[in-house]
Design a protein around this ligand. Sequence first.
Ligand SMILES: [Fe+2]
Ligand SMILES: [Fe+2]
Length: 364
Amino acid sequence: MRPPGTGHARRAVARPSARSPGRAPPRVRPRRVPCTAGSGTRAPPRGVPRGPSRHYSGGEVCRAPDRVAGIEHDTGVAVQGGDGTGRLLAVSDLHAAIGDNRRHVDAVRPHSDADWLLVAGDVAETSTDIESTLRILAGRFAKVVWAPGNHELWTVPSDPLRLRGEKRYRHLVEMCRELGVVTPEDPYPVWQGPGGPLTVAPLFVLYDYTFRTPTASSKEEALAQAEEAGVLCTDEFMLDPAPYAGRDAWCRARVMETEERLAAVDPSVPLVLVNHYPLVREPTRVLRHPEFAQWCGTELTADWHVRFRTAAVVYGHLHIPRTTWYDGVRFEEVSLGYPREWRARGMALGTNPCRQIFPEVEKP
Ligand SMILES: [Fe+2]
Ligand SMILES: [Fe+2]
């Protein structure tokens, strides 16, 4: 296990393309843009009350694509090829309680009866919205695999499900099982279609505030910085870590448990890791508010994509859909995000937001 604070020196480097073997494409060079004061308040999703005036009621709103620079955002559906034997598709951050996002949920469709769908969290906030959305998706795809996002773990006042923390998570796991949806608690399924065999591992490892700024020496300092910047995450009010002492303690427990499971996977079959958060810190370096990165993952997973034989990592949460490479491993951010975010990317209402993970799409 990598100790906290040592896993963030890696840079995003694109691997040599198939078109020009041996020639490395340009590095992805994310650069930050200045914060815009006062932009942190927005209307919360349905069922979520407005909280204190200086926190992000939408969770990840500080990294809208129009607020980062130097990043090439992918737009629309990235699907090509296919011979009728199935595709491994992925999506996250459907935020299905938002009216216009429902149009995209309607468009999440397979291309064949053999397609699988990986859902990397932030389906919705209430248990009823989560269940109805996953039920729809499970009825369309040969298999649906779900990893929880922070929004599923919120306990919002309008949710008839009053469970919190671990109990809420376990309840959602049972709900998924009734729907036939694979969860992080289930045996990892093996994709045998094009690009396979691949072991698909949905993860739930949360975050532990280690993606903090260089000037914050502790979680407490990092939280104080975020509050000062007006970007305190709604998780601090809605995501109860019970029975753990904190979300970071819950994260550490999940990391230990998950490491054991991944270590027991047959190494002859590559993994597709599905997590709500990026397993490495680099994707968060484009955030408009660097103080928000502390809610975006943990340094404890920084070497998982190389320690465990990994073919691809699928994640969301950042609402910055794109493909990057770290240590030769492909990372796919597959989120839809909020309406103003996907509109800013030029995405038309009702477009299928899925991204194709396997067979691998050749990028121009
Ligand atoms: Fe999200
Ligand atoms: Fe999220």
